[in-house]
Design a protein around this ligand. Structure first.
Ligand code: FE
Length: 341
C-alpha cells in the first residue's frame, strides 16, 4: 500500500515536472526594435494557432544589440527584429545571430532581401522615396537622389539626422553604386541644400513641408500611409497635399530597406523562433503588414492593398541588402565629414 502510494506520488511528481517543462517550452522571446500594434496582434494570432506564448521586449534597436552582447550565452532572446537591414548586418557581424532554416522560406522572400547564409531575412519592405508639395513642386522636376544636390533645390530639402538607420543604409547604397568621392560630394550637396538642420523623424519632415519650411522630403513610404490614415485630421490634410515620387527609375531603382528578423545565436527556444518567423512570412501575415503599417510585403504572392497600388509600381534597387553592410562604417564617416547632423 505504502509502496503503491509512493509510486503514485512519484508519477504525479513526474507529470508535474514534465508539464511545467513543456509549458516552459511553449514560449518564444522576442527583442524588437519595431513599435507597431500590428506586430503584437500577429503575435497573439500566432499564440492562438500554435499555443506558443510570445514574450515581447520592445526597445531602441541599438539598445537591444547592446543587451544581446551583454547577455551573451545567457540571453533569453530567441528572435531579434529590426526596422533596418544595416542593424541586422551589424548584429550578424557581432556573432549575435545564427542561421535559420530557409527551406520553406526561400520562395517567400526574394534573394536580395535576405542574408545569403540565412542569418536574417526581411519580412516587410519599405521604399525610401521623395515626398513633395504638389503646389510647389512638379514631379517632372524630380529624378534621382543624386539630383537633389542641384542648385534649384537650395534651401528646399528636408531629411532627418544621419544618426538614423534609414539614412545610413541609404548612404551605404550610394557608396555601393558610386564609390567614396561621389558619395562624399552627395552628402555635402544635400547638407548644402537642406531647408533646416535635421530634426525629428520622417513624419516631421513631411509636416515641415506643410509648414512651408521646405519642399521635398526624403521619407519611407509607410509614413505617408500612417499620415493619410491618421486619427488626426490635420495630419490627414497634410498628407493629401503631398505627392510621392519614386527616384532613380531610369537607373538602379528606388532604395529599398526592410524590417528584418533573425534567430539569436544562443536562442533557448530555437524551434519556436523558426515557427514564428515562418508565421510572419505567411501570405495572411504579410497582408496584415500591408494593411496596418502600409509596408510592402516581401512575399510576392501577396496582393498589394489599394493604397500601395495607388502609389504605383516602381523599379526597386535590387542590390542584395547584405552587400550594403561593408559600406555602413564608411557611411557614418562621410556623414560626419559633411556635417550632416
Ligand atoms: Fe520607421
Amino acid at each position: 500500500m505504502l509502496k503503491n502510494l509512493f509510486h503514485i506520488t512519484a508519477i504525479v511528481l513526474l507529470i508535474i515536472a514534465l508539464s511545467s517543462c513543456s509549458s516552459d517550452k511553449d514560449v518564444v522571446n522576442v527583442y524588437s526594435g519595431r513599435h507597431y500594434q500590428v506586430d503584437e496582434n500577429l503575435f497573439r494570432e500566432f499564440t492562438r494557432q500554435t499555443g506558443i506564448r510570445v514574450n515581447l521586449v520592445k526597445a531602441d534597436t541599438d539598445q537591444l544589440i547592446n543587451r544581446l552582447e551583454l547577455e551573451g550565452t545567457n540571453t533569453p532572446a530567441d528572435v531579434f527584429i529590426t526596422a533596418d537591414a544595416g542593424r541586422m548586418i551589424q548584429s550578424m557581424d557581432k556573432d549575435l545571430l545564427q542561421p535559420m532554416d530557409m527551406s520553406a522560406l526561400k520562395e517567400a522572400v526574394p534573394f536580395n532581401l535576405r542574408d545569403p547564409e540565412n542569418y536574417w531575412t526581411g519580412f516587410t519592405q519599405r521604399a525610401r522615396v521623395l515626398v513633395y508639395d504638389k503646389e510647389r513642386v512638379s514631379p517632372e522636376e524630380l529624378s534621382t537622389y543624386e539630383d537633389l544636390v542641384l542648385p534649384q533645390w537650395n534651401g528646399r530639402i528636408l531629411v532627418r539626422s544621419s544618426q538614423n538607420n534609414y539614412n545610413q543604409t541609404l548612404m551605404a547604397s550610394i557608396l555601393a553604386e558610386h564609390g567614396e568621392e561621389p558619395a562624399r560630394n552627395w552628402a555635402k550637396g544635400i547638407v548644402n541644400n537642406m531647408a533646416q538642420p535635421p530634426r525629428g523623424n520622417d513624419r516631421d519632415q513631411v509636416k515641415a513641408i506643410a509648414a512651408g519650411i521646405g519642399d521635398i522630403a526624403i521619407v519611407n513610404t509607410y509614413y505617408m500611409g500612417l499620415l493619410l490614415n491618421s486619427p488626426n485630421e490635420e495630419e490627414r490634410n497634410i498628407a493629401q497635399q503631398m505627392g510621392i515620387f519614386f527616384p532613380n527609375q531610369q537607373d538602379r531603382g528606388t532604395h529599398i530597406n526592410i524590417s528584418g528578423i533573425a534567430i539569436t545565436a544562443h536562442a533557448p527556444n530555437k524551434e519556436n523562433a523558426q515557427k514564428l518567423i515562418e508565421f510572419l512570412l505567411k501570405p495572411e501575415s504579410q497582408r496584415e503588414f500591408a494593411e496596418k503599417t502600409y509596408e510592402y510585403p516581401v512575399n510576392r504572392e501577396v496582393e498589394w492593398t489599394p493604397l500601395l497600388k495607388e502609389w504605383g509600381t516602381f523599379n526597386a534597387d535590387t542590390i542584395p541588402l547584405d552587400k550594403l553592410g561593408q559600406h555602413l562604417s564608411q557611411a557614418t564617416i562621410i556623414f560626419h565629414e559633411a556635417d550632416w547632423k
